[in-house]
Design a protein around this ligand. Structure first.
Ligand SMILES: Nc1ncnc2c1ncn2[C@@H]1O[C@H](COP(=O)(O)OP(=O)(O)O)[C@@H](O)[C@H]1O
Ligand SMILES: [Mg+2]
Length: 467
């Protein structure tokens, strides 16, 4: 099949899936229809359409699924029925047969499988969108072998070209119809950002050179942390499409029953996980950016095991410092300081009115203290923000996309065990512990300033503590 034909066929598939949905949306909004009444859209219509969107996305494959999963964590972007469906997105690829796995491994190593591994488990330990994991034995040691599906790189490159072209086209049409500042345009811009970021991430994920380097890097950075385990890389067996790691089994962090049976309190483990994340994000500025339950387990000694270093992000000192400031401000409940920091970090549109931003911030705090699902909370803030400003004045610096994702994934984990669980209210002790540790460890942050603030806060709590 020639490249161009493949692209054209795929493009037809994507456009075919997207067009009815886009037209439906425009029609509801009456943006491009000059006659006919408003179309009343019932909850049921939305739910039905959301279901259809999810089915289409799953049919279109891994690139679309990943984008959908990221979008689903951004409660500010879409109404609830859509978020709910997007959150359920699953990759349901059929596993590679053992013959295909064997062929791919032997082609890469250039020798029979039995010459490399003493033992190789034919049925996979896990299958996923981009690869497959098998247990094996090497040099007397149990290992796992992760293999990238042959041909998937090309598919994703094609999809990215098609989707960016489609978004560019939509963008041009919106400008042409003078919809530069409409909600739809804000959405297409945010979508473009997310698509670009997800694509860059996927390209890294599909190159185990990165994943190996990430695993090794975090392994070194977290070596002294007794709360966490990073499986060791078996370097001599790694190739761009094959990753071999020591086998480190554990209990899945979302498996409350099994954790309790092993004598662990799940919420304590989630807090421990938050502490590990704080260290990665604020101290090292290098973090595992994919904390979904499948990538996190707990070993027999209660240590967190991190799997899957396909998405590891770094943060500049500037952003790291901003996040640390916000964390401290958050612990203190200082909303104006957080809002100012968000402006400084470029998360809030500089043209947005600060007084309104403060009101939104207060609303956020109020909602944060309420027992509600994280997604509902984010959605409520999103709605409030849209009402207050007339648009969503958020600009997401590239570096922050995954930070938001991580926070919402961690909170998602917490809510498995306690409804409404959130980091600031429920994991505050872990956050404080983490910050204290950082104060001892980090040189890139101007500590005198922070210590002064810290003392200021302490004095304030001392003098304002209710009797
Ligand atoms: N070093 C390991 N030891 C034990 N199990 C592992 C190891 N690495 C991965 N796994 C298991 O395989 C699953 C898939 O691995 P992961 O690295 O997350 O691949 P993917 O990128 O396809 O999600 C994990 O959820 C975990 O259950
Ligand atoms: Mg994984």
């Amino acid at each position: 099949m020639t490249g161009r034909y493949q692209v054209a066929r795929r493009a037809a598939q994507v456009v075919g899936a997207a067009t009815p949905l886009i037209l439906g949306y425009w029609r509801d909004e009456r943006r491009f229809f000059f006659f006919g009444g408003a179309r009343p859209v019932t909850e049921a219509t939305h739910a039905e359409r959301a279901r259809r969107i999810r089915a289409e996305i799953e049919r279109l494959g891994v690139g679309f699924i990943k984008v959908g999963q990221v979008v689903s964590t951004r409660g500010d972007l879409l109404p609830r029925p859509y978020l709910e469906q997007l959150r359920q997105l699953q990759d349901n690829l059929t596993p590679l047969t053992f013959d295909a796995v064997q062929a791919a491994l032997e082609a890469t190593y250039g020798c029979p499988l039995a010459d490399v591994f003493e033992d190789f488990e034919p049925s996979p330990l896990a299958t996923a969108s981009i690869g497959q994991v098998h247990r094996a034995r090497y040099a007397g040691q149990p290992v796992v072998v992760k293999l990238i599906r042959p041909g998937i790189q090309r598919q994703l490159a094609v999809d990215f070209r098609i989707v960016t072209a489609l978004l560019r086209f939509l963008d041009e049409q919106l400008v042409r119809f003078r919809q530069e500042n409409s909600d739809v345009h804000v959405l297409t811009r945010l979508f473009s950002q997310i698509v670009t970021e997800v694509n860059a991430g996927l390209r890294e994920e599909m190159d185990f050179v990165f994943e190996r380097a990430n695993a090794e890097r975090l392994g070194v950075l977290l070596a002294d942390n007794p709360l966490v385990v990073v499986p060791k890389v078996i370097g001599e067996l790694c190739r761009p499409n094959i990753l071999v790691l020591e086998y480190r089994p554990g209990i899945k962090i979302s498996d409350g029953g099994a954790l309790r049976a092993a004598g662990f309190e799940p919420l304590r483990l989630v807090e421990q996980l938050v502490e590990v994340y704080l260290e990665m994000i604020l101290v090292h500025g290098v973090y595992h950016a994919d904390p979904h339950p499948g990538n996190i387990a707990v070993d027999e000694r209660g240590r967190i095991i991190l799997y899957d270093f396909g998405i590891v992000r770094t943060l500049s000192a500037r952003i790291r410092e901003g996040l640390l400031k916000m964390t401290l401000d958050g612990l203190r409940g200082d909303i104006p300081a957080i809002v100012d920091e968000l402006y400084r970090m470029g998360v809030v549109d500089p043209a947005a009115d600060r007084a309104i931003a403060l009101r939104v911030g207060e609303k956020f705090r109020e909602l944060y203290l309420r027992d509600m699902l994280t997604a509902e909370r984010i959605e409520a803030v999103g709605r409030y923000m849209r009402d207050a400003f007339g648009y969503v004045p958020l600009r997401m610096p590239k570096e922050m996309v995954y930070v938001f994702r991580v926070v919402s994934m961690l909170e998602g984990l917490g809510t498995c065990f306690k409804p409404g669980w959130n980091i600031m209210a429920d994991a505050a002790p872990a956050v404080q512990r983490g910050i204290r540790k950082m104060m001892l460890a980090n040189e890139t942050i101007k500590w005198p300033e922070f210590i002064a603030r810290w003392i200021g806060q302490w004095l304030r709590t001392l003098f304002t503590r209710p009797a």
